[in-house]
Design a protein around this ligand. Structure first.
Ligand code: SAH
Ligand code: AVI
Length: 330
């Protein structure tokens, strides 16, 4: 006897569709070369999420050290009714970077949207998570969109013009943008949502440095493996010859800027080839792979206001570690 989850993946449900925008899914060679030519060297965190990277991210989320996942989930579990009351039923929910689509599940029974659209660069995650979601919620239209959720109007043709649009951006993925890029993203989002639109945005909040640094240095080593997997991916997809043993994971809280930084540090002097390009590394030189900005309630509210949103409601946990903002287009 199969479990309902196994059954769900056997046949693609009628209420599920998958489309590709053609602007994500693979590593962009040109973007990587431009980043590695900079000082300090940089590679975008959006390239973390190949099948292995997504698997490692999901493993990070299960650790005790990585508090954001369970804290945000706790807010949805306890506040789903209150969140739904702010939004109302029959909407089109568009989730940015849904990953395993587990967070939207915590809201669907209360939110009762008509359509769910998940936009992610990770085709593997969409293929794994989309059909079971559609099978478990047969009343919901589920559309998985493989592509970059950055500025683009390509998504528009997959959205209906009738129902109210609600953006769902959990996980503090917005914290991986620089604050000005986050503002620009929200500004573009406001246009896409239209004047009746609103957004549910999960934002990690500032807290003691020890808690932040532990979250990005889990004792299981998943974050280290997640960071180093980027090099494995560049080797496979771009024909690079990084030796993962010659780099180490480094993550720390930059208190002055209010962000956790992740880097890959070269442990020796070395040269690395990426396609026909060669890059030199001094010992201790880093590739900057991710920023994870941590906000105060006030600072994020002000950023959203500069992007044309009003904070309709704010939810948090008892330690004030994570914030869920309900934003409405002004
Ligand atoms: N929302 C989930 C997953 C967060 S991890 C959670 O809260 O746990 C970030 C997710 O965003 C990953 O699934 C990754 O593949 C996706 N992602 C990152 N950058 C992206 C981009 N530029 N465009 C589309 N998806 C992106
Ligand atoms: C997806 N994003 C918000 C995560 C974060 O915390 O910045 C990705 C991550 N990086 C290391 N651990 C988790």
């Amino acid at each position: 006897m199969k479990s309902s989850k196994e059954k769900a993946t056997d046949v693609t449900p009628d209420n599920f569709a998958f489309v590709s925008l053609g602007n994500g899914g693979d590593v962009d060679f040109g973007e990587v070369i431009v980043g590695l030519r900079q000082t300090p060297k940089v590679v975008s965190p959006k390239f973390f999420y190949d099948a292995r990277g997504s698997e490692l991210f999901n493993a990070i989320c299960t650790t005790e050290a990585y508090y954001p996942t369970r804290t945000e989930r706790g807010i949805y579990e306890s506040q789903a009714d209150a969140i739904a009351a702010e939004i109302g039923p029959g909407t089109t929910v568009i989730e940015f970077g849904p990953g395993d689509m587990s967070k939207i599940r915590l809201l669907l029974d209360q939110l009762r949207p008509q359509t769910y659209v998940g936009v992610d660069v990770s085709a593997a995650q969409l293929e794994d998570a989309g059909p079971p979601l559609a099978a478990d919620y047969p009343w919901l239209h589920v559309l998985a969109v493989c592509g970059d959720f950055g500025p683009s109007r390509m998504l528009e043709k997959y959205l209906d013009g009738q129902s109210r649009r609600v953006a769902f951006f959990p996980g503090s993925t917005i914290g991986n943008f620089e604050p000005d890029a986050a503002r620009q993203f929200l500004q573009g989002l406001g246009k896409m949502l239209g004047s009746s639109g609103c957004a549910i945005v999960g934002v990690d909040l500032q807290k003691p440095v020890e808690v932040l640094e532990a979250a990005y240095n889990d004792p299981q080593g998943y974050t280290r493996a997640f960071n180093l997997n980027l090099l494995t991916r560049l080797n496979r997809e771009l024909g690079a010859d990084f030796d993962e043993r010659r780099f180490r994971h480094k993550a720390y809280y930059n208190e002055k800027l209010g962000r956790v930084e992740m880097h890959l540090v070269s442990v020796v002097e070395q040269q690395v080839r990426v396609g026909e390009h060669t890059f030199s590394f001094q010992p201790g030189e880093t590739i900057h792979t991710e920023n994870s900005w941590k906000y105060t309630q006030q600072a994020f509210g002000e950023l959203a206001a500069r992007a044309g949103f009003a904070v309709q409601k704010f939810f948090t946990d008892e330690r004030n570690w994570f914030g869920v903002f309900i934003l409405s287009v002004q």
